[in-house]
Write a protein that binds this ligand. Structure first.
Ligand SMILES: [Zn+2]
Ligand SMILES: [Zn+2]
Length: 442
């Protein structure tokens, strides 16, 4: 090797090291202009319902294959799993959900959805809209795949990208797990996902310790009474009265059994019983949603509901085989609990690379739920779920000075500023992946 060759080679190495740090943002923006912007609009115009994400999955799979990933389709329904092996190191999973919602879009966007689909679960034909921003998530997976494939010299390990179906029905992650996800493709050491967030300035990254999403349980209480004439209550066992006592007693779970700094919700959303003024019914049905931010709270609330319902049945004098039944539905999800040290690690990287003013740690005040934790029930998998801001600064400023309020997720007016939401989502993801899969020195 002569001196000139050495100089050229050294310059190339130096340039590549410098440019890899500096050109990530520009390279993602160029990809957005060339391809991702149009892809996002295409996904937005063509939303699909939970479990029916056929077109979306196909487009996602095609794009990931084009970036050199080994792609498997049809995992747990319409799920997509894409692997890129790049030497020794950890396996890191990044998930994006793909489904839209049964809503008629009412935004003024020129690419607003006019799609109508037959709901694969209910059979009804309904309008469909990406009213939660999952089109941002799918597009970001595609952008992340390209950056990681183009920068294989900068990391070492195995990257697993997941296109998940049916998040809105909280059944998609479970369906993929039931399809032997880890057995077939490997169990990750780290798992990540992000959600685009209306109300957070577009491009901001928010990440918190603890639980960004609550656990949710759907609970039914069936009360068996003894029917009688309304004028002869002594001849029956009144399930309306017993149900009312149960509803009131349930209010003590959060107020008197949870430690005051632990959050929980017990809501009785429906109470059905009876047919007529003068008939004491023989049955009542209560429907509850129960929310928690950790598994201890979940246990306290679910055990408390069972104890209250069954024992108030005893108080009413019902025999053991007629006591109220408490049924916890399959549609439940555990809380999404971040790994705190991984949060601190990623936050440090993001603050350094994106700027401290681009990263926040606002603690979620809501009790919304996610099905991502079905991927991370194994305590050996460290996970972080973060948010990427999706609302334009102009809309935010207007909303604070008497203008239109920011439409929430699942609103027909829901709207995302795709640039910089998508480019920031990709940048944050790629930086996190570099941190978790550092280049191995040989
Ligand atoms: Zn949603
Ligand atoms: Zn969502």
């Amino acid at each position: 090797m002569n001196r000139l060759t050495i100089t050229v080679a050294l310059t190339a190495v130096l340039f590549s090291q410098l440019s890899h740090g500096n050109d990530l943002a520009q390279s993602i923006e160029a990809d957005y202009r060339d391809r991702l912007g149009a892809m996002f609009r295409d996904f937005h115009i063509n939303p699909e319902l939970s479990t029916g994400e056929f077109r979306t999955a196909k487009k996602l799979a095609k794009a990931l294959r084009k970036s050199g990933f080994k792609v498997t389709e049809g995992v747990g329904g319409t799920g997509v799993v894409a692997l890129l092996k790049n030497g020794p190191g950890p396996l890191v999973m990044m998930r994006g959900d793909m489904d839209g919602l049964p809503l008629l879009e009412k935004t003024d966007l020129e690419y607003a959805s006019k799609a109508m689909h037959k709901d694969p679960i209910t059979g009804n034909t309904v309008p469909v809209m990406h009213a939660c921003g999952h089109d941002v998530h799918v597009t970001s997976l595609i952008g992340t795949a390209k950056q990681m494939a183009d920068r294989k010299d900068d990391w070492s390990g195995t990257l697993m990208l997941i296109g998940q179906p049916a998040e809105e029905r909280v059944i998609g992650a479970r369906a993929m797990m039931k399809d032997d996800l880890w057995q077939r493709f490997g169990k990750p050491d780290y798992a990540m996902a992000f959600h685009v967030a209306a109300g957070l300035p577009a491009g901001m990254i928010n990440v918190q310790e603890g639980a960004p999403y609550a656990g949710a349980d759907t609970v039914d209480i069936i009360i068996h009474g003894v029917g009688a004439h309304g004028a002869s209550p002594h001849a029956g066992k009144d399930p309306v009265l017993l149900g009312s006592q149960i509803v009131v007693a349930l209010q003590t779970l959060v107020s008197r059994e949870l430690p005051p700094r632990q959050a929980g919700v017990v809501t009785v959303g429906s109470f059905h019983s009876g047919t007529k003024h003068n008939i004491i019914s023989d049955r009542a049905h209560l429907q509850l949603t129960v929310r928690n931010t950790n598994l201890d709270t979940r246990r306290t609330l679910l055990e408390g509901i069972e104890r209250i319902a069954v024992n108030l049945g005893r108080v009413a004098g019902l025999p053991d085989d007629k006591l109220p039944e408490v049924i916890v539905s399959e549609e439940s999800t555990p809380p999404t609990v971040n790994n705190d040290s991984m949060v601190r690690r990623l936050k440090k990287v993001w603050m350094r690379k994106l700027g401290a003013d681009k990263v926040s740690s606002i603690v979620s005040q809501g009790m919304g739920a996610e099905d991502f934790p079905y991927f991370t029930t194994d305590p050996a998998i460290a996970s972080v779920y973060f948010s990427v801001g999706g609302t334009s600064l102009e809309d935010l400023a207007a909303s604070k000075t008497g203008g239109a309020p920011i439409p929430s997720h699942h609103s027909p007016l829901f709207k995302i500023e795709p640039e910089p939401a998508i480019t920031s989502g990709i940048q944050a993801t790629v930086l996190a992946l570099f941190e978790l899969m550092p280049k191995q020195s040989s």
